[in-house]
Ligand binder design. Structure first.
Ligand SMILES: [Zn+2]
Ligand SMILES: [Zn+2]
Length: 305
């Protein structure tokens, strides 16, 4: 079940803000906590016109039971990594949707990966079936001289790299179940469904829809979920000029959520051209269209229980 509180300026959209989350209670309950550390698509945009919704690229922290992990390593993973270390946590997973820059280029700045006391299990589902280099090779290439001065080998955490096939399911510690599906994106991408004691959230980015034809892979994955975070890069007006670019619209996210009986839909992967004024207008329009819609913002924290 999903409890949602009123939106207050500078606070989380749902339920309780971080300050009032009782962590012990969270660990003993069925709740899933998540925090948006980066909601932007394509490239980080740190201008004063992007501060309300945030300029960092894709990164979402998830906590369920007593396990805490992260999805995507966009530039938002840098501040997440600092918070993660401060909390004293040592062990985590990094689940990647794919390896376009906006989802991996925070990784070289993910401080826990340099800490020999940490163990990070990095997983990706879009490379194995393509016969390409695996996820370790891709992250290593990103850090090659002369693009970056510090090689992957300088990371002293116990790093485990694993490629799987989108469509596989697996478990994480603390009775967390992860289901996956392939998305429609250039070079491939993986959608995730995270389940814990009857609560469920889905992370569906980056993906392109075919107008008038709902994606069966996505419908199957998100069926009945409490929350779906969806690639809403373009408006319906912008979409026709961007066919083939691999992204979707909030309207399509809403249609998928409504068809699959999903409770709430987080509009995500905002286009850098969509500044705060643009996103404010979009939020009004989306919330008027369906009460389940809301626009994700950097720093927003949700509890699903
Ligand atoms: Zn992206
Ligand atoms: Zn992409």
């Amino acid at each position: 079940m999903c409890h949602w509180g009123p939106v207050r300026e500078g606070e989380s959209r749902c339920v309780r803000s971080t300050e009032c989350v009782d962590r012990k209670r969270l660990h003993e309950s069925m709740a899933i906590r998540l925090k948006f550390w980066g909601v932007r698509g394509s490239i980080a945009c740190a201008t004063p016109q992007h501060m309300k919704y945030g300029g960092n690229t894709s990164c979402i922290e998830v906590e369920a039971g007593d396990y805490r992990f992260v999805m995507d390593a966009g530039t938002g993973i840098r501040p997440f990594g600092n918070a993660f270390l401060q909390s004293g946590t040592k062990c985590s997973h990094l689940l990647l949707t794919h390896t376009h820059w906006d989802h991996i280029n925070g990784f070289p700045f993910f401080v826990p990966a340099y800490n020999p006391e940490c163990a990070i299990h990095i997983m990706a589902g879009h490379l194995k079936s393509r016969g390409d280099e695996g996820i370790q090779d891709i992250l290593s290439t990103q850090m090659h001289n002369p693009m970056f001065p510090v090689p992957l080998e300088a990371m002293q955490a116990k790093l485990r790299f694993e490629d799987f096939d989108a469509g596989d399911s697996f478990s994480l510690p603390s009775d967390i179940t992860v289901k996956t599906a392939a998305l429609n994106h250039p070079n491939g991408a993986t959608g995730y469904r995270i389940e814990h004691d009857g609560s469920s959230i889905c992370y569906i980015t980056d993906t392109e829809h075919v107008p008038g034809q709902m994606d069966e892979n996505i419908l199957g994955l998100i069926e009945g979920a409490d929350l779906v975070i969806y690639d809403s890069t373009y408006t319906e007006e912008e979409f026709p000029a961007k066919v083939g670019w691999g992204h979707s619209t909030w309207n399509e996210g809403m249609r998928l959520c409504q068809a699959a009986g999903v409770k709430r839909h987080a509009i995500f992967h905002h286009d850098p051209e969509h500044d705060d004024a643009f996103m404010d207008k979009l939020a009004v329009e989306a919330e008027a269209a369906w009460e389940g819609n809301f626009v994700s913002r950097e720093g927003m924290e949700l509890i699903i229980e």
